[in-house]
Ligand binder design. Structure first.
Ligand SMILES: Cc1cc2nc3c(=O)[nH]c(=O)nc-3n(C[C@H](O)[C@H](O)[C@H](O)COP(=O)(O)O)c2cc1C
Length: 147
């Protein structure tokens, strides 16, 4: 059983549904899960946790407003995050050159802080006829042996 902190970046709310679907799947897999729809860096446990970042991209490859402060605080922190693992789900639209760029930005900050990447990002392309919640749940299930 692992400890998950789901950290959500969403402008219009769609990614919140994806995050809630992930919470449901991880709980079904018997993990402990906390969901942060308004993430505050100081309040999110990092020690021996798996951070699941679910974020859309807005503007021209920008992070959604609600996760910008978290990203800035993470970037500025001098905490030891070597016991923090992470996985990233990006929600975007491949018609943009900056497809899922916010997810890549968060990923590179986490790597720069010494966090351990468990698997390659899942990028959900909303320009396709997909069920993003189902895709995310399936992806977690396929990779369940990694956490
Ligand atoms: C103004 C605007 C800008 C966007 N910019 C990007 C972008 O740069 N890259 C990308 O992959 N998707 C982009 N998107 C697509 C959103 O990421 C996509 O619609 C996503 O589902 C929104 O999720 P949310 O409801 O959680 O905010 C943009 C959407 C809007 C409305």
């Amino acid at each position: 059983m692992a400890e998950f902190q789901i950290i959500v970046g969403s402008m219009l709310g769609g990614t919140e549904y994806v995050a809630e679907a992930c919470e449901e799947k991880l709980v079904a897999l018997k993990h402990n899960v906390s969901l942060h729809l308004k993430p505050t860096f100081e309040q999110i446990i990092s020690s021996n946790q798996i951070w699941l970042i679910c974020t859309s991209t807005h503007g021209a490859g920008d992070l959604p407003d609600n996760i910008q402060e978290f990203a800035a605080d993470l970037s500025a922190c001098d905490q030891d995050l070597s016991s923090t693992s992470f996985i990233v789900i990006g929600v975007g639209d491949s018609n943009y050159d900056t497809f899922c760029q916010a997810a890549k930005k968060i990923e590179s900050i986490l790597i720069s802080k010494g966090c351990n990447k468990i698997l390659e990002n899942l990028s959900l392309d909303m320009s396709l006829d997909i069920d993003p919640e189902e895709c995310a749940q399936q992806w977690l299930n396929e990779n369940k042996d990694l956490f």
